[in-house]
Structure formats: C-alpha cells, structure tokens
Write a protein that binds this ligand. Structure first.
Ligand SMILES: NC(=O)C1=CN([C@@H]2O[C@H](COP(=O)(O)OP(=O)(O)OC[C@H]3O[C@@H](n4cnc5c(N)ncnc54)[C@H](O)[C@@H]3O)[C@@H](O)[C@H]2O)C=CC1
Ligand SMILES: C[N+](C)(C)CC(=O)CC(=O)[O-]
Length: 492
C-alpha cells in the first residue's frame, strides 16, 4: 500500500502542528500557504515535533512521510484522503478556501476544519458537497495532544464519520464526537470562560498574569490533566461523592464568585497591562524556547500517565500495542523460520525524559533499553506474562554496559540481541544498540532461570528451553562479538 496523503491548507501554528502529526505517523503531507515564510515556520514546528513526539511511546512510529509545499490549493489537495483547513478564523476566508478545496479534491476525502468556534453547518453553507466537511478541532501542540473535537451535522453520514475517526485514531488522536453543534464546541466554551474570568482578575488588579498561571499550575491544572473536572469534583465530595459535592458547592454558583457573563473591553490600557505583565513573566524566553519547555513537560506528564495506564496515557498504551503487533518484535521465535542473525529486540525513539544535562541519553536509560531488550527476548522465547504468572522467570545476575557513542532525544534506536549461550538455567546475552549503522552501546548480560515460588534457580519449561537453545545454536556461528567479556578500563 502506498503512503496515505494529507493536505494541510494554512501552515501556521495549527497547520504546522497537523503537518508534523501526519508526517511523524508516516503520511505524506502537501502544504499550501501563501506566506513566503511558511516553509521555514513549518520546518521549525517539525524540529520541535521530531524531538518530542516519537519518543512518547515505547515503540517506533512508522517511517516519516514526505513534506512538500505547493503553489495552489488544487495542487496541494491532489490525491489527499484527508484535507485539513487551518486558515485564519474568519468565516469568509474559510468559505473561499473550502470552495477551492472542493473544486479539486477527491469527492470522498475528509475535509476537516481546525476552526475553534464556527459550527460545521456554517462551514458547509453553500458547499458543493457538504457531506465531506466536518469540524476537526485540535489542541496546540497538535503533534502531542490527543484530543480532536469532531463536530458533524446531519449531512455527514455515520459511515463517513467512523472512517474519519479511524484515521485520527491511527495517528494516536482521541476523537471526541460532539453530539450537538454549538459555537466553540466543548473545550473552547470552557477555555473561553476561564480566560474571561482571568482577564477580569488582571483588569481589577486582583492578580497578575503570573499569579493566575501559578494558581493553575501549582494546583487544579495538575488535577485536571489526569481526571478532568467531574471526576475530580466527585472525589472532592468525599465518601458521599458527587451529590454531596453539588449540595455543598452548588449554591456558590449564585454567589458573586464569578463574572463569567461579561467580557472586559479590550482597551489599549488593558492590552498593555496584560502584554506588559506577560513580558515580565515570560519575556526572557523566545516563543520557540517556550514551546520546547512546554513540550518537554507535556511529554514527561503524558509518560507518567502512560506508566499508570490512565487517561491520555492509557490511550498511548493502546496505540503502542497496535504498533507493536505490526512490528517484527511482536513475533515469537517459534514462528520465525530463520533466527540466524541477531534478533531485533528494541525499536523506538529516545524520549525527551531519557536525556540529561549533557543534552544526550543518560546512562541509566542505556540499562533501561537493554533491560527492555532482555524482556522482549524473554517474551520471544515464550517467557511471557502468562509464563511468569505461572511462576517461572529469569533474573539478571551480571551486566556490563559499554557506552560507545552518544545519542540525542528523538533519534530512532534499535537493539539487536545475540545469544552467546543458552542452555539449562543459563542465558548469556549480548545486546548491541544502534542509531542506523552507528553503534551506540553494547550490553552483556548473564541471567539465570528461577522459580518465583522458591526464588532459587530452576530449569525452564521445555518450550522455553527449546526456543532458547535453538537461537543459541543458530548464533554460535556468529562468533564472539567485539567487546565480549571486557573488563572496566581495559583498552580496546
Ligand atoms: N492557535 C491556536 O491555539 C488554535 C487555533 N485553532 C484554529 O486553527 C486555525 C488557524 O489558526 P492558527 O494556526 O492559530 O493561525 P495562524 O495565524 O498561526 O496561521 C494561519 C495560516 O494561514 C495562512 N493563510 C492565510 N490565508 C490563507 C489562505 N487563504 N489559504 C491558505 N493559507 C492561508 C497564513 O499565512 C498562516 O500561516 C483557526 O481556525 C483557529 O481558530 C485551533 C486550535 C488552537
Ligand atoms: C485560543 N483558542 C480558542 C484558539 C484555543 C483553541 O482553539 C484550542 C487550544 O489549543 O487551546
């Protein structure tokens, strides 16, 4: 199957983010944007995305797609099965753009609009084929955050929407289908209310921009990232739960706690006040630096949720399981005709939170990668979760790692595993870590099969022993790898 093709119309903050998400999930992307700076801007977004997205999951994403820039919308949409409109938030501009797209695009392609506020019925007005236009509202940075609000009208068939959502899911997105079209969909209704209230707090001199941000990031912002609003409030109701919470705090909604219905007028004075406070708060960083700080934090938070298999982290685990099944690492030794070459046991990108103050992968993570390679190899010979639950496993008795060359966040690494010896209780592995052809590190590990009941060495089950012995026999002809049995400090 050839690569899937997406068109991105408008390559600013959001279009650039969409382009990165498509490309890093293996799609080819065709961009149209009249701004002569568009190629540079999309390139900078791509650089940030390459550094942060690929390492968010623990298995490699598909090979990056091809990015091209086009002089006309007709050229850009040619052959595209998904067209994402991300032009400025003006209805007239959206209408002209959608009309041009529809003149040249495939009649069954999905045309998603990134609009933050317009309803899909407004976008479909006067369209040649309203049935192919939906709102697909993303969140910045589009290459990291999973949510897409999918807002349809009755013109869009359920089959069309299901197919669109499947394409989004394939890129790690979480499509949230909005039941009823409404100005600003779900999330922006909410964000606008919070923003309005914050503007009042600054205008009335109650808080500075920095104090408001601190009130969010030291408190409820962290809570929201993992449980949202209602689940958090349910817990806040104590043992009596949601009903008690509503009885206690419901009346406060009618107290003068909020000014939500009014918007302060954007006088020059208010704009200068807010922009000045924002400069004082964050002006020491460029926007690109702030983006990188934001991305590093987001990746760390999402990987923490991944470890808990919760919320956005559970979504990433589901995507990873699909990617793993499609990779050669999902195959058992018993199902492989040829095991004569070292086996691929890790194929992933280096996550941002694996790097250190020297700007490269930190030493502890080499052990993690080699530990993951050993786990994967165990799985491949049949020492899987079921086998371990039944009481058999391997314990590592000795490890020797050599750091040969450095590697940076976002780089795709592979570990290939040679079995030096594998008989009875003993398993002696030699892992080599590469970025492309470049050797980064080696890891030599000696393991013993144990009974998890007695915690003592024990013979592996016959099927595990047979698979291990088969690979060991096939690898015997490879000879001793360079660096095997090396002592610390020994010269090469
Ligand atoms: N910035 C944000 O936080 C979010 C914005 N959105 C929505 O995404 C859309 C785009 O917003 P941003 O990317 O923030 O704006 P932006 O100003 O960063 O980018 C808009 C891009 O469209 C290009 N453009 C202008 N006229 C065009 C035309 N006729 N054809 C093709 N390209 C054209 C501009 O050169 C620019 O590169 C809007 O509908 C906005 O509401 C959605 C989610 C978040
Ligand atoms: C400010 N905004 C309305 C453009 C925000 C969005 O639409 C979503 C986001 O990324 O916060």
């Amino acid at each position: 199957m050839g690569k899937q093709v997406a068109a991105v119309i408008g390559g600013g903050v959001i279009g650039g983010g969409w382009a990165a998400r498509f490309l890093l999930n293996g799609w080819d992307v065709q961009v149209f944007d009249p701004d002569p700076q568009a190629e540079r801007k999309v390139g900078e977004v791509m650089a940030n995305a390459r550094r942060s997205l690929p390492g968010m999951v623990d298995v490699a994403l598909p090979a990056e797609g091809k990015l091209t820039f086009h002089d006309t919308i007709a050229d850009a949409v040619s052959g595209a099965v998904w067209i994402q409109e991300s032009v400025p938030e003006q209805l007239a501009t959206k209408h002209t753009t959608l009309a041009e797209i529809q003149k040249a695009c495939l009649p069954d392609a999905v045309i998603g609009s990134s609009t933050s506020g317009f309803k899909p019925s407004e976008l479909q007005l006067g369209a040649t084929r309203p049935e192919q236009i939906i709102v697909a509202h993303p969140f910045n940075p589009v290459y990291l955050l999973p949510l897409i609000e999918v807002v349809p009208t009755d013109a869009n068939t359920p089959a069309f929407l299901d197919a669109a959502e499947e394409l989004l899911t394939g890129m790690g997105f979480y499509p949230l289908r909005v039941r009823k079209e409404i100005d600003a969909h779900i999330a922006d209704r909410f964000l606008e209310a919070v923003w309005r209230e914050a503007l009042w707090l600054v205008k009335d001199g109650v808080a500075t921009t920095e104090e408001i941000d601190n009130a969010i990031r030291y408190g409820f912002g962290i809570r929201w990232a993992q449980m949202g609003l209602f689940e958090t409030y349910r817990v806040a109701g104590g043992e009596a739960g949601m009903k008690h919470f509503m009885a206690q705090f419901g009346p406060a909604l009618k107290w003068p706690w909020t000014k939500l219905m009014d918007v302060p007028e954007f006088t020059d004075e208010l704009v200068d006040l807010i922009a000045g406070q924002s400069d004082a708060q964050s002006g020491a960083y460029s926007i690109r630096e702030l983006e990188r700080i934001r991305d590093t934090n987001l990746v760390a938070m999402m990987r923490a949720l991944k470890a808990q298999d919760w919320g956005a982290g559970a979504l990433m685990n589901a995507q990873e399981a699909k990617l793993r099944t499609a990779s050669p690492m999902g195959i058992r030794v018993d199902d492989m005709a040829d095991v004569s070459a070292p086996l691929l046991t890790v194929h992933r990108a280096v996550p941002l939170d694996w790097t250190d103050y020297n700007g490269h992968m930190t030493e502890a993570k080499y052990l993690q990668a080699f530990g993951d390679a050993t786990d994967r190899f165990m799985n491949m010979i049949g020492c899987d979760a079921e086998y371990i639950a039944a009481g058999g496993s391997y314990f590592t008795a000795e490890t020797h790692i050599r750091h040969v060359d450095e590697v940076l966040a976002g780089a795709v690494i592979e570990v290939r595993t040679q079995v030096l010896a594998g008989a009875g209780k003993k398993m002696h592995l030699f892992h080599k870590m590469y970025e492309g052809d470049r050797l980064l590190a080696t890891g030599e590990h000696f393991l013993l099969h144990v009974s998890l009941e007695t915690r003592r060495p024990s013979e592996p089950a016959p099927h595990v022993a047979a698979a291990l012995e088969r690979v060991a026999a096939a690898h015997a002809v490879l000879g001793s790898p360079e660096g095997m049995g090396r002592a610390v400090g020994q010269r090469p």
